[in-house]
Design a protein. Structure first.
Length: 228
């Protein structure tokens, strides 16, 4: 008889797995990043040369089985030509947003000491996300605060139906493991999944639905394997 048994991942093994995943990620220079693990809680520290590299280091760590949460203590250390003043960054960011087909004209920005703050209103989460991803690549950016608000048009029932159908289509999720509750334009996700990446994918899928204003992700992660 085959039953599911829970297997404990040691902090040392998890640390080694994350370091290996960071080395596997071509956009990350691992020699400047440290990894600390305690009870499945991961702390990333050290330095990267760009906000884009910092974000990709965090994403790589999230992909590893056994990660329960991540504390991002990575600092950005700009080198040489990567250093831009706020005026240069604002000009480049405005140009990028203007030419992005996914970002409405209502989005605007403020730059202070290399940190971009995005503001405005959009109808879809993907538009809010596209604005942030567009400016993350710009030289000199040290961080992005995405304060763009979402003002949707769909009803709560339509939002809930769209999300549940998206879960059923997903190759990364088992729709039976996640429940969806909507109240107005607010979505709450409950359930249990096997990896941190699945939890994050469920939230991303919920945000992709038209009309979603906020998502409370209460999904828990339970690392389990199949054995004798």
């Amino acid at each position: 008889m085959i039953t599911a048994v829970k297997k404990k991942i040691s902090d040392e093994d998890l640390q080694n797995d994350i370091i290996s995943e960071l080395k596997y990620e071509p956009s990350v220079t691992t020699s400047d990043i440290g990894v600390l693990v305690h009870d499945g809680i991961v702390t990333l520290n050290g330095y990267t040369s760009s906000y884009f590299e910092k974000a990709n280091a965090v994403k790589a760590a999230k992909r590893v089985v056994g990660v329960n949460a991540i504390a991002d203590d990575i600092q950005i250390r700009l080198i040489g030509s990567a250093s831009h003043d706020d005026g240069d960054i604002a000009m480049d960011a405005s140009r990028v947003l203007k030419h992005s087909p996914s970002v409405p004209a209502e989005v605007n920005l403020v730059v202070r000491e290399g940190w971009i703050t995005l503001e405005g209103q959009v109808e879809w989460w993907y538009q809010k996300n596209a604005a942030e991803e567009s400016v993350a690549y710009i030289n000199g950016v040290k961080g992005v605060s995405n304060l763009i608000t979402i003002h949707p048009k769909l009803s709560a029932a339509a939002i809930e139906t769209d999300i549940k159908e998206a879960f059923e289509r997903s190759a990364m999720l088992d729709a039976d493991d996640v429940s969806v509750v909507t109240s107005g334009n607010h979505v709450t996700l409950n359930g249990e999944v096997k990896t941190y990446s699945e939890k994050e994918e469920a939230e991303r899928t919920a945000w992709d639905a038209s009309g979603v204003k906020t998502v409370d992700n209460n999904i828990t992660v339970n690392w389990s394997w199949v054995g004798d």
